[in-house]
Write a protein that binds this ligand. Structure first.
Ligand code: NAD
Length: 305
């Protein structure tokens, strides 16, 4: 089978090496398309491949049309909103992600950003501590669980809401499960977003919801920018000078948010998963999943079932 790694932003060399070892070790062929600048290059490269590994690259209907032999596409990472799932299904292609491989990286960044925010972005003025603060985790998936694990070490009081994860699972992790999203925002000093970008969640973090938070609250987003209703959050931050917003994903309205000096911070690029460890883990997991699929039809991580 021919497996293509197609990455506008390449994997680290060690990750490519690890993927090659897995793929060639299983008797398959590995091809590489890195730093491509035109969609046409991708469309040409996928023509004869059986499997595709991507990062944030867009697997559109056009890509599936061009990839006549494609049987499986794996997004090395957690979010898979860059894959047109309907098109994958229509072409009988299994679409997978590699959940959990970068979740510690994102969670460590969350706590780092929270310390940075609590200490007034290191401006030299007295800040506050995380110990004893109420942290609300919106979605108790792989990242949310790691955030809870690390936040415990800071002595935070941790709450979570997840639309699909049973309350017992949340409570078993030593976290207080709340009944709904509103309750999480009403209860917590800090809310950390870990929901995927879906039709239900897009634009769902809006004026009414964030306005339920206490005075002096912080919203932190390391999920996807699409989950935030930016105009409504800007309106609220204009009205409430006590609110802080921190993110590792530059909002579309970055320039407008930047006016909230001392209350807004965005990393220059999406950084949550940008660690050597996460890069290697996700790439190798993608290769192993492809090998398992070709060896015995394993579709454990399929997201277009
Ligand atoms: P995950 O799939 O392990 O967990 C997602 C959780 O969201 C699940 O527990 C699910 O039940 C829950 N959920 C789904 N819809 C919900 C809703 N409407 N309301 C409440 N809960 C809901 O994913 P993860 O690895 O924890 O990652 C979470 C998200 O973080 C990803 O979808 C991705 O968009 C984002 N992410 C960002 C970075 C980054 O670099 N900043 C890196 C990895 C992931």
């Amino acid at each position: 089978m021919k497996v293509l790694i197609a990455t506008e932003k390449p994997f680290a060399a060690a990750a490519v090496e690890g993927i090659r070892k897995e793929i060639e070790g299983a008797g398959h062929e590995l091809a590489l398309l890195e730093k491509y600048t035109e969609t046409a290059q991708l469309l040409d490269a996928v023509k004869d491949v059986d499997a595709l590994i991507i990062r944030s690259d867009k697997a559109t209907a056009e890509v599936f049309d061009a990839a006549k032999n494609l049987k499986i596409v794996v997004r090395a990472g957690a979010g898979y909103d860059n894959i047109d799932l309907a098109a994958a299904t229509a072409h009988n292609v299994v679409a997978e992600n590699t959940p959990g491989q970068n979740s510690n990286a994102v969670a460590e960044l969350v706590l780092g950003l929270l310390v940075y925010g609590a200490r007034n972005f290191y401006n030299g003025k007295s800040g506050s501590e995380l110990m004893g603060k109420k942290l609300g985790i919106l979605a108790f998936g792989n990242v949310g669980r790691n955030v809870a694990r690390i936040a415990k070490g800071f002595g935070m009081e941790i709450y979570a809401y997840d639309a699909f994860c049973p309350k017992e699972v949340i409570e078993a992790a030593g976290v207080k499960a709340v009944d709904n999203q509103d309750a999480l925002f009403e209860t917590c000093d800090i809310v950390s977003l870990h929901i995927p970008a879906t039709p239900e969640t897009k634009q769902s973090i809006n004026y009414a919801l964030v306005n339920k938070m206490h005075k002096g609250a912080t919203l932190i987003n390391t999920a996807r920018k699409e989950v935030i209703n930016e105009p409504e959050l800007i309106k609220l931050m204009n009205e409430r000078e006590d609110l802080k917003f921190i993110t590792d994903i530059k909002p579309d309205a970055d320039a407008e948010f930047a006016k909230f000096e001392g209350r807004y911070f965005s990393t220059p690029k999406k950084m949550g998963a940008q660690t050597a460890e996460a890069n290697i883990n996700a790439g190798i997991a993608a290769a192993k999943q492809i090998n398992a699929f070709f060896a015995n039809g394993d579709t454990k991580f399929q997201v277009n079932k």
